[in-house]
Ligand binder design. Sequence first.
Ligand code: PLP
Length: 485
Amino acid sequence: MSTHTDKLPYFLGFDARSKDAYRSIIDQTVQAVTDSVTDTGAYKGASVEELQNLMEAATILPQQGCGWEAVLDEVKRTILPNFLRTWSTNYMAHLHSPALLESIASELILSTFNQSMDSWDQSPIATEVEVAVVSELCKLYRLGDDADGVFTSGGSQSNLSALTFARDWYCNTVLGHDVKKKGLPSCYQKLRLYTSEVSHFSMEKSAHLLGLGYDAVRKVPVDNLCRMDVNALKAMLAEDTEQGLLPFCVVATIGTTDYGSVDPVDTLRELCDRYNIYLHADAAYGSGVQMSSTYQDRLGNLGLCDSITVDFHKMFLLPISCGAILIKDRSLFEVFTLHADYLNREEDEEAGYTNLVGKSLQTTRRFDALKVWMAFQCRGKDGFASIIDTCIENAAYLAQAISSNDRFELAIAPELSSVVFRLKGSCEKNKQVRRELLHHHQVVIGQTVYQGRTYLKFTLLNPMVTHQHLDELLVLIEKLGNLIQ
Ligand SMILES: *Cc1c(COP(=O)(O)O)cnc(C)c1O
């Protein structure tokens, strides 16, 4: 019996029939996507139960496929209307951005050709593009001539990579112990990593995965702007060293996830040099600000760090996933280098073929560098600066509006583009306002805890947001707050 599936060619190829099929399914998809956008809201508001019911009714794996048209109809009916609209100016809950138009074209290209970044013979031009993009990034962040980098799935993987470099570098150079070959040294329970108490949880996760455990992560207190308190760090390093512990790494957060606060890398570098410690910058959030000549200074000189986590799926507005880890001394990538006869033969590398697998935690890997290559050229540095300046200025405007309204309390003055504030009154009221906005007003904002109390959060990554829009949202929040009491 013939089914619809039989009519759909497997792949794009040289023949006219497969090209027509490719064009047709992409055209139909584009039509369905654009038709599904019927208002400016961030979320239609469907409840958890409604969405679960939709999924319960669906047959995920039928014995016989229903074919392309039927599945597209199903997507139109159940999925497209229920997406969160990341481009909506009412969406500001997380460090989760809309995707620039040209980068959506990049995604189409990179999944069509499906190159894999592990070896040159799976990604000839793609390897060369990634190498060129990484080299430009090392220049942008002033990492010097021996720098190198690799694309990652995002900040968490970049941080895990960096902490692996830090641990192995310290064990090799200070303890004369090769972790790669022998595993952890016998004194492993003494290794300590320092990061602020508002740093990202990937620090703990990485410490666990690296065999050091959460206890190896020393949380440094922050000042009233949520930046690492360097004097507190000094005291901790002195005390820990005194007790025979082994500080091996400091992680500066360049844009904390909740507040956008920035730790002072210049002072941290001096301290790390004094103790012979690795300095990593987790700039998953703040890295975009390097594009702005007006606000770049707020990051400090990231070129002083031994490695930098850069995320392109936050301030740079590129589609998930897209991140990179950059390092000052490329020889540290040796940590991830292994040779397999089937994949990255040493003889090929000697002949000039680059196999990027030697720098990565991943083997098969996406050609995400294409998104950066296209978007950087398309918009230029000025284009990105204009996006980022707008977001930072919006945050300053909103913080000012909140401070001058005695219904609200501001947590801290924003350094980047996040504004944490609350309606005066109970935590419960603030929580209810957020849910109310989500399910009844197509507005999605964030919620967090600051000094033990519930706060609301605007994460401003969308340059289309205007001052007037922010004013209107504050009025709405105030109104909902009054109704709750
Ligand atoms: C988002 C974020 C991360 C994690 O990055 P992913 O890309 O989500 O893995 C790490 N650190 C900071 C400071 C972040 O804001």
